[in-house]
Design a protein around this ligand. Structure first.
Ligand code: GLA
Length: 390
């Protein structure tokens, strides 16, 4: 991939730049907890976005500061995009808005950047819930910080990516994906407390088990508006609890079941279900960390199934294909399985005993194809490093 990008860069711009990479992520447990001030437990993976970047000095020749970007992976839209760095310069190409958004968020924080040429490519499957967009944002946030010597700390780089989603891409996401992409470390998962932003690395090497993702290859329409709606439900519940004698409550993290049930009549039954899931899920992350410290993978796996159930029945972000894969995992005695990421399509993450792996994968492929007409895609996971210069 590095070679391919370098050649394309030379062909298009007649020069060379510096290459940077940022990975996608998995999340062992802790879904939809980040924007509720709870815990998440992600790790970066060995699939990434790579970008080559070179300041182009166009302004020096009488023009204005401009980014000229070329993506090697885009087929449905124009793969070339050219845009300025002012707010009104938003590019028409959807994929380029991630780069534009990062530039804008850097500038809003006082970062002095100039126009640049860039070519990018990646091997993170799109729409699979592996955070290809966070990887894209982290690549450019990390690169601009390095190239223009901005001295922005790593948390702020992650927040630049998150703000890009909020302000330029229409998704009110939490911090997990960008955090994982920037802070990832080979062989370790990270437990992040999304209220205090304290984090801890947990070496993850489950001997005798494998982590594998099964991608349904479906991505449901309106996933981002459904995501934003879930977030709104959580905010509604926080507001109701606050008004019910708990003025200090800031997130669902601060709410327990008793406090939730005390506002039952003031919130919709839908919002109640959403909050119930989140409160339980925050606790599950802590339970999983404890179980991992004891090497108790059975408990880890059981919690993963509980998460799936909650995401499917209470948070309602699963879909037929994901539920089918989760049921299949149960049939094949897979230790843990659940929908991963925001939901509405994408992957299940599975913790499976090595000796059961082959039977599970071939059985899942066959049965899924019989039902849905295509096989799921299989990704073995290697926990890898975060954003870096190559
Ligand atoms: C998406 C968001 C994250 C997080 C997950 C669900 O990946 O970008 O911030 O909320 O969904 O856990």
């Amino acid at each position: 991939m590095k070679e391919k990008i370098s050649k394309a860069f030379e062909k298009r711009f007649g020069s060379h730049g510096i290459q940077y990479a940022s990975p996608g992520r998995i999340n062992l447990i802790g879904e939809h907890t980040d924007y509720n001030g709870g815990f998440v437990f992600p790790g970066a993976i060995d699939k990434c976005i790579i970008a080559e970047i070179n300041p182009n000095g166009l302004a020096a020749t009488g023009g204005k500061e401009k980014v000229r970007a070329y993506s090697l992976d885009i087929t449905e839209e124009n793969p070339y995009s050219e845009f300025g760095l002012e707010e009104e310069d938003m590019p028409a190409e959807h994929w380029a808005r991630y780069i534009f958004g990062v530039c804008r968020e850097v500038i809003k924080r006082g970062g002095k950047i100039k126009g640049f040429d860039t070519v990018l490519s990646g091997n993170i499957p799109l729409g699979a819930g592996l955070s290809s967009s966070a990887a894209l944002e982290s690549t450019y946030a990390f690169a601009l910080n390095d190239i223009f010597g901005l001295n922005i700390d790593k948390f702020e780089l992650a927040k630049i990516g998150q703000a890009t989603e909020h302000n330029y891409c229409g998704v009110n996401c939490g911090i997990m994906d960008q955090f994982a992409s920037v802070f990832g470390r080979k062989g370790s998962l990270m437990r992040l407390d999304c209220r205090s932003m304290e984090y801890e690395y947990f070496p993850f090497d489950p001997k005798g088990y494998r982590l594998v993702l099964l991608d349904t290859v479906v991505k449901h329409e309106l996933a981002s508006s459904a995501y934003n709606k879930r977030r709104k439900s959580c905010e509604n519940v926080v507001a109701a609890v606050k008004a019910n004698g708990h003025p200090d409550v800031e997130f669902l993290r601060d709410v327990d079941m008793e406090m939730l049930n005390a506002v039952k009549d003031r919130i919709s039954s839908e919002d109640h279900m959403r909050a119930e899931y989140v409160i339980e899920e925050i606790q599950r992350v802590l339970d999983v960390c404890k179980a991992l410290e004891k090497g108790d993978y059975e408990t880890v796996g059981q919690k993963m199934y509980e998460t799936h159930h909650g995401m499917s029945k209470l948070y309602e972000v699963s879909c037929e294909e994901l539920d089918f894969l989760n049921d299949l995992a149960g049939e094949y005695d897979v230790t843990g399985s659940r929908v991963m990421g925001g939901g509405f399509g994408g992957c299940t993450i599975n913790l499976v005993k090595s000796e059961l792996y082959d039977a599970f994968i071939s059985g899942a492929k066959r049965k899924f194809e019989e039902k849905f007409g295509h096989e799921p895609k299989i990704y073995d996971v290697i926990i890898s490093d975060g954003a870096r210069k190559l």
